[in-house]
Design a protein around this ligand. Structure first.
Ligand SMILES: [Zn+2]
Length: 240
């Protein structure tokens, strides 16, 4: 079964949760055509589908997506909200350790925002200092994207997914924009607004609801399998 916040404590206590899923969203500008909650809405939906698929091998506790993470690269802009890296690491640690206290030791983090570099460092530390825990981030660089290496932000991938999930929230996009010769590492230096006048890095003109639905389902299948195989491998290693 998939348990979310609609479950009662008694319902959760009556089962053995095999896996908790913690999605990480972000709140930041997505140009003029997508809502600031795009990353949060997308990862929430993807995590639910991954959770459904994972119930094939056990009961799953789906946590709500954390709305905030590391959106500093978008800089000043109405609606942008971010945590400092150390705050995000501390929130992750506290959530994981509170799950551990309740006997939930397998936790999959689903990261919906590409810039959350601090997650892997904190997850490695959690795994190293709590041997009974297994925390996996199967989406280190965000679960991406489907539109190729220049589909960085508010482009074909994100716009397609939102057309599939919440078409009522998608407006007509401004023109495609790809900064010549730059890679996403440039966002460690400059704000998005200094790189792209519209906040787009990609080609939203190529988006479609059909492509979004297909990409979401393929990502969910792939991630559920990755999670399953990782836990099987860990069991195998521990049995040796
Ligand atoms: Zn986004």
């Amino acid at each position: 079964m998939l348990y979310d916040l609609a479950a009662t404590a008694a319902e959760l206590a009556a089962v053995q949760i095999a896996l908790a899923i913690l999605p990480i969203g972000a709140i930041e500008q997505h140009s003029q055509h997508l809502p600031i909650g795009t990353d949060w809405l997308s990862i929430q939906a993807l995590a639910r589908r991954v959770g459904e698929l994972c119930t094939e091998w056990g009961d799953v506790y789906l946590l709500p997506a954390l709305p905030y993470s590391l959106s500093q690269c978008h800089g000043p802009g109405l609606g942008n909200v971010w945590l400092r890296p150390e705050t995000l690491a501390a929130v992750l640690r506290d959530v994981v350790l509170s799950l551990k206290r309740e006997g939930i030791h397998r936790i999959a983090v689903l990261n919906g925002h590409g810039g959350n570099f601090v997650l892997d460092a904190e997850i490695r530390e959690l795994n190293a200092s709590h041997p009974e825990l297994v925390v996996l981030n199967v989406t280190s660089r965000g679960f991406r994207r489907g539109g190729g290496s220049q589909d960085i932000h508010a482009g074909a991938g994100e716009t397609s997914r939102m057309l599939a999930l919440h078409p009522e929230l998608v407006h007509g996009p401004p023109p495609d924009y790809i900064p010549a010769g730059l890679g996403p590492e440039f966002l460690d230096y400059a704000y998005m607004a200094q790189i792209s006048p519209t906040g787009i890095w990609g080609s939203p003109s190529e988006a479609s609801a059909q492509a979004g639905a297909k990409a979401l389902e393929e990502a969910a299948q792939r991630l559920a399998q990755r999670i399953r195989h990782a836990f099987e491998e860990i069991e195998r290693q521990r049995a040796q």
